[in-house]
Design a protein around this ligand. Structure first.
Ligand code: ATP
Ligand code: MG
Length: 407
């Protein structure tokens, strides 16, 4: 969709802002450009809509060399959210949003209708905010208007230059989440500039990590974090890249352990037997549809057994129940595909040595459990899997878990 071929930009004073840049962005893909101040991100962006012309090389949009497209025509195909938002202060929110339709000569009514629709899409009520002026909005609201304005003419391509740069981290996270939902709906081809690696990782299908005027690495977030291509990238993504990587690595079925499983209506004696034969300290308890109910500790079944072995027939009768009476509810569970970071957080929150993983697709069917050792192993294997470009399940690593089971 967007292709850079050996693009160099030298400014008149001799500054080389961008040096021999080649990369490609697929249709519907969101690529984040991340790097320190002055590394050439805005320059890259502005060359796409011809606000800046390259010194050398070519840029192609849908196969067309953009240097042969009239800039006005070109910009109709490209929405642009500029650094620092740049709303017109003396125009209302609705007028600001309708800027491009207005420039394109749409009828006033149609432009305003479209603007109202878009404000709604970015979470602003047009009847409340539409007639306000930018200074009457919060920073986060202004940034939403910037996004709505860029989407107004429904362009296939969006250029976003630090669109959420001017707000505090909490609002920023909120805007990022909204934007991800929006992007899932509109599926634009997006170049998104940020100097914040967290933001780049969170939003990007792929990340271009910039050094001075050059791309040091162009990969998926997980690969950039797990296998930085150069010491510069490793340094840029930070010492806590392992933690960051947890947030972009999903729980997979091959990460799960299969502990003993019993059902709510099983006789307690069956559960006792199962636990003893497998030497387990607890079992997962499922309901009649194989959905997660909770768990049962070995001592609950052992107590029952002791009592059942006890003197009176009455006592035996009272404890010869089913698993149901002794099962405990399990709050620590997640759907398959949830990030490993969430699994780790859930373990900590519930002070749990394992969490249950369920299949959201099939109404919560129990799939297995994730333990801290398996979580660590999943992270290790995912790094190797990315490096070798194979599925994670195919990678074997030696970890605490495998050492423990083979010892
Ligand atoms: N018109 C210009 N003339 C000369 N040098 C320029 C011009 N515009 C930008 N530069 C230089 O080109 C380099 C890249 O600038 P650019 O604006 O692309 O950086 P950036 O990565 O967007 O930085 P930031 O994160 O601060 O926005 C910088 O060194 C900058 O000083
Ligand atoms: Mg910039």
């Amino acid at each position: 969709m967007i292709r850079f071929e050996h693009v160099t930009k030298r400014y008149a004073d001799g500054t080389t802002a961008v040096d021999d840049l080649s990369f490609e962005v697929a249709e519907g893909e969101l690529v984040t450009l991340v790097g320190p101040s002055g590394c050439g991100k805005t320059t890259t962006m502005k060359m796409v809509n011809r606000l800046i012309e390259p010194t050398e090389g070519g840029i192609f949009l849908d196969g067309d060399d953009i240097s042969t497209i009239d800039p006005v025509q070109l910009r109709r195909r490209i929405g642009y959210v500029i650094q620092q938002v740049g709303l017109f202060p003396h125009r209302t929110v609705l007028e600001n949003t309708a800027t491009v339709p207005h420039l394109l000569g749409w009828k006033r009514g149609k432009g305003r209708e479209r603007a109202a629709e878009l404000l709604d899409l970015v979470g602003l009520d047009p009847s409340v905010h539409g007639d306000r002026y930018p200074e009457q909005l919060s920073g986060g609201q202004r940034q939403r208007v910037g996004v709505a304005r860029a989407l107004a003419a429904d362009p296939p391509v969006l250029l976003m230059d630090e669109p959420f740069g001017a707000v505090d981290p909490v609002v920023r996270e909120h805007l990022q989440n909204e934007f991800l939902k929006l992007q899932a709906q509109v599926r634009k081809t997006v170049l998104f500039v940020t100097h914040d690696i967290e933001e780049a990782v969170r939003l990007g299908d792929r990340i271009a990590v910039y050094g001075q005027g050059r791309i040091e690495q162009f990969d998926s977030p997980a690969t950039v974090l797990g296998a930085p291509a150069t010491p510069y990238v490793a340094d840029f993504v930070g010492a806590d890249r392992g933690l960051k990587r947890l947030s972009v690595t999903p729980i997979e079925e091959s990460d799960l352990d299969q502990p003993p499983v019993v059902h709510l209506d099983d006789p307690l004696a069956t559960a006792t037997e199962r636990l003893r034969s497998e030497g387990a300290r607890w079992a997962v308890v499922l309901d009649g549809r194989d959905n997660l109910h909770g768990w049962i500790p070995a001592d609950a079944t052992a107590d029952a057994k002791d009592t059942a072995n006890g003197r009176t027939a009455a006592a035996r009768g009272a404890t010869r129940g089913t698993v149901r009476e002794h099962a405990r509810r399990m709050e620590a569970w997640l759907p398959l595909g949830a990030p490993l970071k969430q699994a780790f957080a859930t373990m900590l929150q519930h002070d749990a040595g394992w969490i249950a993983v369920i299949d959201k697709e099939s109404e919560g069917r129990f799939l297995g459990v994730l333990t801290p050792a398996r979580l660590h192993e999943a992270l290790r294997r995912s790094i190797d899997a990315d490096a070798q470009d194979v599925p994670r399940a195919e990678v074997a690593v030696e970890t605490v878990a495998t050492i423990a089971t083979t010892a």
